[in-house]
Ligand binder design. Structure first.
Ligand SMILES: [Fe+2]
Length: 268
């Protein structure tokens, strides 16, 4: 039976997938979820509360799991990374402050999808903020679309967001790895829909004329941060959110004096 329905997120960013029980996932539902991801970029599946095995199996049904080079995995589930925020943490949250696309500084093997499950969710804070590259691309002036049509961006692990990662690595005793850098087109196409791929947290420059690089880089970063493209997602415990890094940018919001635990898996 396939009674799942979808409803759009705020500002048409992503889609809630309703009436879906991932504890009892049917084979054809995986391809449905992939279709929804292709069209909307991010899916929100409420209150699933999966055990680690079922969670990892669901991730595996979407593609090949990727070990994240920067974080340690769970003991029996090395592909599940724990993101933990403690009440004593004063620094900005991992991945916070800058919209980004995960690991955009990798060349070929960068994970396409990122999945989170809410394990411990604080009251009234800890939202994840999403910005749709589909929607923001559509609203670009034609002149800008023309200018960036074939432009490449240079993305670096030492970009503006690296500050939050270095703090996390220091805490978990992982030594900061070498700087990684990659070039990608800043306009991607997903199933016929164009999307902005500018990962503001990693973007170092856009390879067009020097004067235009700074101007257009600032223009695009301001553009994807506009309220009209943003959905600040409020978590419940057990929620599962999956996004396509080709079409969705995200960042953590500020959290204070609370515990927040998420389980993260990345998928190729
Ligand atoms: Fe991230």
């Amino acid at each position: 039976m396939n009674n799942i329905s979808i409803s759009p997120g705020k500002n048409n960013v992503g889609a809630y997938v309703n009436d879906l029980d991932l504890n009892d996932l049917k084979e054809n539902q995986t391809s449905l979820i992939k279709d929804i991801l292709n069209k909307y970029g991010v899916v929100f599946i409420k209150k699933q509360n999966l055990d680690s095995k079922t969670y990892q199996n669901f991730a595996q049904s979407l593609g090949q799991l990727v070990e994240y080079p920067r974080l340690k995995g769970l003991e029996n589930y090395p592909f599940i990374n724990v993101l933990e925020r403690k009440p004593t943490d004063k620094s900005i949250a991992f991945g916070g402050s800058f919209l980004h696309q995960d690991t955009s500084y990798l060349d070929k093997d960068r994970p396409r999808y990122t999945m989170l499950m809410g394990i411990e969710i604080p009251d009234n804070q800890g939202n994840t903020i999403f910005s749709s590259g589909f929607n923001s691309y559509k609203k670009l002036p034609e002149e800008i679309k023309r200018k960036i049509k074939n432009a490449k961006g240079v993305f670096s692990s030492a970009g503006p967001i690296s500050k939050t990662r270095r703090e996390l690595e220091a805490r978990s005793g992982i030594k900061s790895a070498r700087v990684m850098e990659a070039e990608h087109s800043i306009v991607h196409e997903v199933n016929g829909q164009k999307s902005l791929y500018i990962s503001p947290g990693h973007l170092m420059k856009i390879k067009i004329s020097e004067k235009e690089d700074k101007e257009i880089k600032k223009y695009l970063i301001d553009h994807v941060n506009k309220d009209e493209f943003i959905f600040s997602y409020k978590w419940d415990k057990g929620d599962i959110v999956v996004w396509d890094n080709l079409s969705i940018m995200h960042k953590a919001s500020e959290v204070k004096n609370c515990t927040r635990v998420m389980h993260r898996i990345t998928i190729k």
